[in-house]
Write a protein that binds this ligand. Structure first.
Ligand SMILES: Cc1cc2nc3c(=O)[nH]c(=O)nc-3n(C[C@H](O)[C@H](O)[C@H](O)COP(=O)(O)OP(=O)(O)OC[C@H]3O[C@@H](n4cnc5c(N)ncnc54)[C@H](O)[C@@H]3O)c2cc1C
Length: 448
């Protein structure tokens, strides 16, 4: 049953059982109950809700697929959830322009199912089946970012509802533009704190024909990272370059009934222009990894073989979950300069040992992005937080960032000034200008 408050332009669901579903995020972190949930289906309904929220001083939390990891969606008081999952139409696919225009609730797998017929794909892949609005709002990236970039590189234009309820278009559906300040890229990564995205035009890329995949085991993390960096330096057409450490490979062996070397491994994709090029480029990769003491090399050339190889990498989280039943998990996502990558992985491993945590290190090494996946319970949560804190501070000390892809959200605000210094004051000024009443996702990214 949906009830209507006095005045709002859309029905607002206030049932306790529904609101309870919005109190916990993907990581199990709990917030307060929001005051209600609205399900706008188009820009006019979003704009009408924002005008009403402004008149009644009701704070709003935009929500896509709800897969974010840093407390972005947790209500802290009396916020209304603007759930955009029903604004999920694909408005246009243009094979000639290599673009698609979508509503914000469209998910990446929904878009890829629709574009496949045209031989095109949307490449940003954060693992979870996130919405494009949420992915833009967090500047998501993932396994293919090493070749195709993250959301900022792949969103050409946005339609955004501003805090006064007016609608603006930011960016143009062209491959490049030098026109004016880049407000489109300001909204990307703003976590729903500056406006509500109601439409996106994104880039599509041809689905490559000549793909090869490899899984390579190394004696040490350093050897794996050095090999990865040499591949990038050799300008090989690498489209995925993922690290899984020894504990991750042990978990995969148990979970998948496999018998891989229980040492750090790289999972690699290359996208070539022809079969001879694919063969030559695979041989070059094999040469590089051997030069870095590769223990074992598995090459996958058919679709089925490649699918099986990547199923392992995609199952890593579930393998770790099954190894630590009943645990909750924290996933860190610091990113560091390439030169600091091996040391960052070593630091994480050392810290995990020191604090007695069963961590696993994985990561988009092609982006300098280190994930540590840490099982925890309420009993050792403080220790896990200490681990995460020390890892972030290490990343910042070596010139990296607190978050390569998940975002600041609620949980990483304390690092913002350490990372950006006086630029935080600029961020605060921008927030005050674009959202003077502080109604968009209050308390996230910046403190009020
Ligand atoms: C198993 C797993 C693996 C993951 N791996 C990765 C990874 O490799 N890379 C990565 O980048 N992320 C990863 N994530 C995190 C998550 O998938 C991303 O942050 C994703 O971009 C969130 O999209 P969403 O639709 O779920 O957004 P939500 O979680 O619903 O919202 C995220 C933020 O965006 C805002 N928002 C949502 N929609 C809008 C809108 N229309 N307008 C304005 N603001 C909006 C919200 O207010 C919130 O601040 C992973 C998550 C899981 C569970």
């Amino acid at each position: 049953m949906t009830t209507a408050f006095d005045g709002p332009p859309l029905g607002i669901d206030t049932r306790s059982a529904v609101l309870d579903q919005y109190t916990v995020d993907e990581t199990g972190r709990a917030g307060q109950r929001p005051c209600g949930v609205a399900y706008p289906a188009n820009v006019d309904e979003v704009a009408a809700m924002v005008r009403w929220a402004r008149a009644t001083r009701t704070p709003l939390i935009s929500r896509g697929a709800g897969t974010s990891l840093e407390g972005h969606l947790l209500a802290q008081g009396n916020e209304l959830i603007i759930d955009l999952s029903q604004a999920n139409s694909i408005l246009d696919i243009s094979p000639t322009d290599f673009t698609a225009t979508v509503q914000p609730g469209v998910t990446r797998t929904q878009l890829n199912a629709a574009t496949a017929e045209s031989g095109l794909q949307f490449t940003v892949d954060p693992g979870a089946d996130a919405s494009l609005g949420g992915m833009a709002a967090t500047n998501a990236s993932g396994t293919t970012t090493v070749r195709y970039g993250g959301m900022r590189a792949n969103v050409l234009a946005l339609q955004v509802v501003q805090a006064d309820g007016t609608v603006v278009r930011l960016g143009r559906a062209v491959r490049k533009s030098s026109s004016g300040y880049d407000l489109k890229d300001l909204i990307i990564g703003s976590a729903g704190t500056l406006g509500i995205i109601t439409e996106l035009t994104v880039r599509l890329h041809p689905i490559p024909e000549w793909l090869r995949s490899l899984r390579v085991s190394f004696p040490t993390v350093t050897a794996a990272v050095d090999a990865a960096l040499e591949m990038l330096g050799a300008a090989l057409p690498v489209s995925r370059l993922e690290l899984v450490d020894a504990p991750g490979m042990i978990a995969l062996n148990t979970f998948r009934g496999a018998d891989y070397a229980e040492t750090p491994a790289l999972f690699i994709d290359i996208e070539s222009s022809s079969e001879p090029a694919a063969t030559a480029e695979e041989q070059e990769i094999q040469r590089i990894v051997r030069a870095h003491d590769a223990i074992d090399i598995a090459a996958a050339r058919t679709h089925t073989e490649r699918h099986a190889l990547w199923a392992d990498r995609h199952n890593l989280f579930f393998a770790l979950k099954s190894r630590h039943p009943g645990s909750r998990f924290l996933v860190t996502d610091t990113a560091v300069p390439y030169s600091q990558l091996a040391a960052a992985v070593d630091t994480a491993t050392r810290l995990g040992d020191e604090l007695g945590l069963a961590i696993s290190v994985a990561g988009h090494v092609g982006d300098g992005n280190v994930h540590t996946i840490i099982p925890f319970s309420d009993l050792n949560y403080a220790v896990v937080q200490q681990f995460s804190d020390r890892l972030v501070r290490h990343a910042l000390a070596v010139g990296g960032t607190a978050t390569g892809e998940h975002g600041i959200g609620l949980t990483k605000k304390k690092y913002l000034r350490e990372e950006h210094g006086a630029a935080v004051d600029l961020m605060i000024a921008i927030k005050r200008t674009l959202d003077p009443l502080g109604l968009f996702n209050p308390g996230k990214v910046l403190d009020p």
